[in-house]
Design a protein around this ligand. Structure first.
Ligand SMILES: NC(=O)c1ccc[n+]([C@@H]2O[C@H](COP(=O)([O-])OP(=O)(O)OC[C@H]3O[C@@H](n4cnc5c(N)ncnc54)[C@H](O)[C@@H]3O)[C@@H](O)[C@H]2O)c1
Length: 353
């Protein structure tokens, strides 16, 4: 089964792009790129597992695994490699890997010669359900995550769900954190679907994975079409993220997988917004999906202190804040979302304690 979801371009002059989801769609990527001058950006692990599937006669630029790739030093090296390889305006950059590869490859593509075409081939659940769609690119700064980046939409996304079988359990669970967020933004039906299929999801049954990716991409693409530059509604996709970014920052980038932090952040946002019953339900669902459900559980699980004061301080830096006051996405019920919300310091202290 193959599902294709089209994301409309930002203006009428832009063609938009297709997100192709299915078990063997890396073959479609190969067809699209045949005859094009391409470079593949990936990491050594993904290269060993999946680069041969792309079977492109293209050079490969290797970067570090995971969040460690999202650094200026790596970005500079990748751009120098592009120059060394003689890439020109007509070349295409292929990001093959998780969200970190996609963010880095996307940023490199948007900067090199003021912008090369980008094709995303996401190979983690998180990247397939979220990161590869919507055109955000970034590297991290010492001051905070994703603080240097651009908007640079891909020309195509190929989400090959068969690549998910080789994912480590932690990485798979991390993707489920973003799926949980998508379901809550989408509405009751998607949340209930996760509740009734938690076992099948944990077993990574191909049909159910396909459905999760397709539903999440449909939700995200509809939102980014309406608000590509995150001026308004797209902010909703940051549900749980003000908390999650602070957790990742205070823990040290790469110590807590992004989606794991998002799942905890979603629970914190629900509690802070007063949706206690929904928070209880979401924590139960998170546990059923094998995720860490609360900040207390995360502290125990990771043996990290994650002090409330450090988390609160880190949130002051979150780039979605206005004049240093962090902004939050809150949810009253599945599908009923409010963004640009501020929270009283005493409420924050209570949920972060
Ligand atoms: N641009 C966006 O809109 C957006 C949205 C959400 C998240 N993100 C970013 O995505 C990043 C997180 O991405 P991630 O969760 O995909 O992790 P990641 O990219 O940081 O790391 C993935 C890890 O899994 C390995 N891996 C990748 N595919 C594999 C496969 N098929 N089999 C086995 N191992 C595989 C990689 O080698 C790597 O070690 C964060 O930096 C986050 O900020 C971006």
């Amino acid at each position: 089964m193959v599902t294709t979801i089209t994301v409309r371009g930002e203006t009428h002059a832009e063609p938009g792009y297709a997100v192709t989801i299915g078990e063997r769609v890396l073959d479609d990527a190969r067809t699209k790129l045949a005859g094009r001058r391409a470079v593949i950006v990936t990491d050594p692990h993904v290269r060993g597992l999946h680069a041969a599937r792309l079977a492109l006669d293209a050079p490969i630029v290797e970067v570090e695994r995971g969040e460690a790739a999202k650094r200026f030093a790596t970005l500079e090296r990748v751009l120098e490699d592009f120059a060394r390889l003689g890439l020109g305006r007509g070349s295409v950059v292929v990001g093959l890997g998780g969200g970190s590869i996609g963010d880095l490859a996307g940023l490199a593509a948007s900067l090199y010669m003021r912008g090369l075409e980008l094709v995303q081939c996401p190979t983690t659940l998180l990247a397939q359900v979220d990161a590869s769609v919507g055109g955000k690119t970034a590297v991290d700064l010492a001051a905070g995550k994703n603080l240097a980046g651009t908007f640079h939409a891909p020309s195509a996304v190929f989400a090959d769900t068969s690549t998910l079988t080789t994912l480590a359990d932690d990485e798979f669970r991390s993707g489920l954190g973003e799926v949980l967020k998508s379901a809550l933004l989408d509405g009751e039906e998607f949340v209930a679907r996760l509740e009734t299929s938690a076992d099948r999801i944990a077993r990574r049954e191909p049909h159910v994975l396909h459905e999760l990716v397709a539903r999440s991409v449909r939700l995200k693409s509809a939102i980014v079409e309406r608000d590509p530059r995150e001026r308004d509604e797209r902010k909703a996709l940051n549900l749980g993220h003000t908390f999650a970014h602070a957790i990742e920052h205070v823990a040290g980038y790469g110590r807590v997988p992004h989606g794991v932090a998002v799942a905890v952040g979603v629970g914190l946002a629900l509690r802070a917004g007063g949706a206690q019953e929904l928070a209880d339900r979401v924590e139960r669902l998170a546990r059923a999906l094998g995720l860490v459900a609360t900040l207390a559980e995360l502290r125990t699980h990771t043996r990290l202190d994650l002090p409330a004061t450090a988390l609160a301080q880190s949130m002051q830096l979150d780039k979605k804040g206005v004049a240093r006051s962090p902004r939050f996405v809150l949810l009253d019920a599945p599908g009923r979302v409010r963004w640009d919300q501020s929270l009283e310091p005493r409420v924050l202290e209570r949920v972060l304690a």
